[in-house]
Design a protein around this ligand. Structure first.
Ligand code: ZN
Length: 246
């Protein structure tokens, strides 16, 4: 086990949370999380996981940084325009938390990630295209691996916690092959993606550490930024779902 004595400096404030013990901190230190997407949502997730003490991150995101990404992507800087987003994210995280062990994959999410996803304790879906989201959902279902989905569009966003083969998966909620979604054209306000990212990170930290109430699978939490309102829906498994059905 990794001793909390050596880490107390950085984590001293969270270790004063009521009921937070060295066991919670050690669980984070021993966890590996795959974060698919390091943009407006996933970048925030990766940051809060690393800053809370998750020691191993696998970051997946293809493509290079563009100027228009900078209204929301908190791990990116102006000087990185034209460079690999996922490598820039890793560099920035490494500056913030030198001890974190980061593997970067500059590629889309597809079935090729199955083996490496198998090494993670938890999967985070913060991609922007449904084909990539569905690919990760299939991997999570095949491996019975917990998956937390974060998504946003304009002033709205949602978080879906998937406990595969127990609760509804992403495909149960969006059964159509190509939902009506414009991956590169939808409006984004950075504060909304950041809030969704923080919600995903919090669910992930509770899942990994066991602190607080265990996150409930099969729920969708919607946030509406026009009035800062939250709504919660229970989503049900679809019998015969091609991803999570038997
Ligand atoms: Zn399903």
């Amino acid at each position: 086990m990794i001793s909390c004595d050596t880490d107390a400096g950085m984590f001293a404030r969270q270790m004063t949370l009521p009921g937070w013990t060295p066991v919670h901190q050690d669980r984070l230190a021993l966890s590996t999380v795959l974060v698919a997407g390091v943009g407006g949502i996933g970048g925030v997730v990766a940051q809060y996981l690393a800053m809370a003490g998750v020691k191993r991150l696998i970051l997946v995101h293809s493509g290079k940084l563009e100027l228009a990404d900078l209204n929301r992507q908190t791990l990116m800087g102006f000087s990185a325009i034209g460079r690999s987003r996922v490598r820039e994210a890793a560099n920035r995280l490494q500056e913030q938390v030198p001890e974190v062990d980061i593997r970067t994959l500059d590629q889309p999410v597809d079935a090729q990630l199955t083996d490496i996803a198998g090494t993670a304790d938890l999967l985070i879906d913060a991609r922007l295209s449904f084909p990539e989201r569905f690919a990760l959902n299939r991997i999570a279902c095949l491996q019975s691996k917990r998956l937390i989905v974060g998504a946003m569009n304009a002033m709205e966003g949602f978080v879906l916690n998937v406990d595969p083969k127990v609760t509804a998966c992403l495909r149960c909620v969006f059964p159509e092959e190509d939902p009506d979604w414009e991956p590169l054209g939808f409006p984004v306000l950075g504060a909304v993606s950041g809030l969704i990212g923080a919600m995903v990170a919090l669910e992930a930290l509770r899942t990994l550490s066991g602190y607080g109430q265990p996150p409930v699978g099969g729920t969708m939490r919607f946030f509406d930024g026009t009035d800062s309102g939250f709504r919660e829906y229970v989503v049900r498994r679809v019998s015969g779902c091609p991803d999570c059905g038997s």
